[in-house]
Design a binder for this molecule. Structure first.
Ligand code: C5P
Length: 413
């Protein structure tokens, strides 16, 4: 397996009889080239020993939040950041309840709360417990919070009952993980990802223009992350002082109209379109042919501005299946982040919006770090969200791309 598709998986095991199957799951993940670190709840240790998992993964197994020795090795926040996927198998009814309510009362729940990773769980419990309205509510809440629930399976249970609640077999969990997470990325090899980046410049005369503070760093980080996955990348870039990521096809533009023309052209052959550019909303209706002169006796200058085309909205209006890529937009806001992002998702007919609060110091425009909220809708219109804490733009770019490719794959199937 290539390093691009090798994942850093935090395998969480909670206290159900299915915990013994997690040893096989850990083995499958390791055999397929993934890095695996195991965290066990106290209950899990009644069913299987940490030593078993340590022997299978070659890594010390973490069991406690307040363990000075383990924390000295890799602190829990570090571990939360290390993981790109959290896979909990089995997930008991109790663990689901605690996660659904945002508890952080042991190591595993704390890691889930602290980590921006992709989150997957395989519930396992007695069929009557699974059928309880409380469990159904928690499962629904977890799905809304971005968790993917695999199973449970139906059949004979350890307690003798028959019904839904069995944990999916390790092979089935592995194969879904492989399909959803790994193939979504490896299929990037065949994908063409078009990214707009940087500001636009709208001329007022031959020497002056309207523009904004966009550095292009986020768009260029997305291009780099897409190239890491082996995608074909077209980077439609406004004027920035960044080197072209090796392997990207960079199309240089100045104005919004030039960017719109390039985007319309390349979007037709794209699988994913990411509008990261800070496009100027308005341009001068009639840029002066010669440098504007200060006029004696006049203490003001009136410029008439007209609206620029909304590049991303125009492409997103194309009928699905007809040259319409999976559309990811950005929303840079200074207040009411989530409301504006949701509005943009609907109004511009986007598939996913990456919203970031540009009023926060040290994040957003021009700097290397960013935080974001991802909002997306599936083909049935159901909304999901993922909060991405402050982190380097390249890390954020990898997570955004990862989620976009997964959702694009799901939307096609
Ligand atoms: O409407 P607003 O500018 O906040 O929307 C931001 C999103 O729309 C970004 O993805 C940006 O690249 C895109 N956009 C565009 N064309 C415009 C304005 C914004 O593609 N004229």
């Amino acid at each position: 397996m290539s390093s691009a598709s090798s994942r850093r998986i935090l395998l969480g095991i909670s206290g159900g009889i299915a915990a013994y199957k997690s040893a096989q799951l850990a083995r499958l993940l390791k055999q397929n080239g993934h890095q695996v670190r195991v965290v066990m709840t106290q209950g899990a240790q009644a069913f299987i020993t940490p030593l078993t998992l340590q022997a299978l993964t070659g890594e010390a197994v973490r069991t406690s939040l307040l363990d000075p020795e383990a924390e000295a090795g890799m602190g829990h926040i570090e571990l939360a950041r290390w993981a790109d996927t959290i896979l909990i198998a089995p997930a008991t009814a109790d663990l689901m309840a605690r996660l659904a309510h945002g508890h952080a009362d042991d190591l595993l729940t704390t890691l889930c709360l602290a980590s921006p990773a992709q989150k997957i769980m395989a519930p396992a419990m007695n069929q009557a417990m699974w059928a309880q309205p409380a469990t159904a509510r928690n499962a629904q809440q977890l799905r809304q919070d971005g968790w993917q629930l695999l199973g449970p399976d139906s059949g004979e249970q350890a307690c003798g009952d028959i019904g839904p609640g069995r944990m999916l077999e390790p092979e089935a969990i592995f194969s879904v993980l492989h399909q959803r997470v790994v193939l979504a990325e490896t299929s990037a090899h065949k994908q063409h990802i078009v990214i707009t980046a940087g500001p636009t410049r709208e001329p007022l005369d031959p020497v002056r223009y309207l523009s904004n503070h966009s550095s292009g760093k986020m768009g260029y980080a997305l291009a780099t992350a897409a190239l890491e996955l082996g995608a074909k990348v077209t980077l439609i870039s406004g004027p920035v002082s960044l080197p072209t990521p090796t392997g990207a096809h960079r199309v240089e533009v100045e104005t919004a109209v030039e960017m719109a023309n390039a985007a319309e052209q390349f979007a037709s052959e794209a699988d994913v379109f990411i509008g990261c550019a800070a496009v100027a909303d308005y341009r001068a209706e009639a840029p002066a042919e010669h440098k504007l002169k200060k006029r004696a006796g006049e203490d003001g200058l009136t410029l008439r501005l007209i609206k620029n085309p909304d590049i991303i909205a125009a492409i997103a209006q194309r009928p699905r299946g007809q040259n319409r890529p999976y559309m990811v937009g950005f929303a840079a806001e200074t207040r009411d982040l989530e409301d504006y992002a949701r509005d943009k998702l609907t109004r511009k007919n986007l598939d996913m919006v990456v919203a970031n609060d540009v009023s926060l110091t040290g994040l957003g425009f021009g700097v290397d770090n960013n935080a974001a909220l991802l909002l997306w809708r599936d083909s049935t219109g159901k909304e999901s969200r993922q909060e991405l804490p402050p982190q380097p733009k390249i890390e954020l770019a990898r997570t955004i791309l990862h989620q976009a490719l997964i959702q694009q794959t799901i939307s096609k199937n």
